[in-house]
Design a binder for this molecule. Structure first.
Ligand SMILES: [Zn+2]
Length: 271
């Protein structure tokens, strides 16, 4: 048997018991108040191993891949996925599978995320865009509309900008954040972030051809990389309702924050 993980030592024996033992050394020692954790018997109550960053906790739902499901089309996209998706399709699925597949998005439907004020009713984990031409550094957990918007903007606008300014297409995105249950900028009294609804993504670098153009350093050093980043940032305002980046505030110096926050009259906030 494995040694106990944790044992309360004699040092912690209550003073009263220690005094009693000294006064009457022949008496049987009181049962030690030990806290022994047997990993085998307590395994079921231990917190589950945390899922990879960006994933919602998988709920134990019956794996029942439904051929008629709209998401079947996504799962069956040809080619080898960048990341092996081992989780079974959850019972409650996103309804945007077909539209994402038509946009060339490689994604999988996740179980609904219900985390207090945060959550996504029908989340998807996006692994790549543009028929796997653009790989994501880590799967982005987003709600449908945000995933669609990202795919459309990248395909229709950013690819052309990359070719025109840097002579090569975008081949990857470094995802700094997607779904996250937190307030705006992580401040305690702030409103809930769009990240908490899966309606925001943070991008810290674009892979163009075979090199990374980082938002922070590319923006600062000027030249073609800065021209590309500025054009990309400008073009995101409209497709996305909030666009923040270097210079906006102290929280966005190293990434672009793009979200679909709903405002009166569909107004945008781009800084
Ligand atoms: Zn953000």
């Amino acid at each position: 048997m494995a040694p106990p993980l944790f044992t309360v030592t004699e040092t912690f024996k209550p003073v009263r018991e220690a005094k009693a033992a000294l006064a009457n050394p022949g008496a049987p020692a009181p049962r030690p108040k030990t806290a022994i954790v047997d990993p085998e018997t307590t395994a079921a109550t231990e917190p589950a191993v945390l899922p990879p960053l960006g994933y919602a906790p998988a709920k134990p739902e019956a794996p029942s891949p439904d051929a008629a499901s709209p998401f079947a089309a996504v799962v069956k996209l040809p080619g080898t996925p960048m990341i092996e998706l081992t989780r079974p399709p959850p019972a409650a699925r996103s309804t945007c599978g077909v539209s994402l597949a038509n946009l060339g998005v490689m994604a999988i439907a996740l179980a609904p995320v219900d985390d207090g004020d945060c959550g996504i009713a029908a989340p998807v984990a996006v692994a790549s865009l543009d028929t796997q031409a653009i790989l994501l550094s880590t799967e982005a957990t987003l709600e449908c509309e945000t995933a669609e918007r990202l795919a459309t903007w990248m395909h229709d606008t950013v690819q052309g900008t990359a070719r025109a300014t840097l002579g090569a297409p975008v081949t990857g995105l470094r995802v700094a954040a997607s779904y996250a249950c937190r307030s705006r900028n992580g401040l305690p009294d702030a409103l809930l972030s769009e990240h908490a609804k899966g309606r925001a993504i943070d991008i810290s670098a674009f892979r163009v051809g075979d090199r990374w153009v980082e938002v922070e350093s590319g923006w600062a050093q000027g030249g073609d990389d800065a021209s590309f980043l500025k054009a990309v940032r400008q073009s995101a305002c409209g497709p996305f309702k909030t666009v923040l980046g270097p210079g906006a505030d102290n929280y966005h110096s190293d990434h672009f924050h793009l979200d679909l926050a709903e405002r009166r009259n569909g107004r945008t906030y781009c800084r």
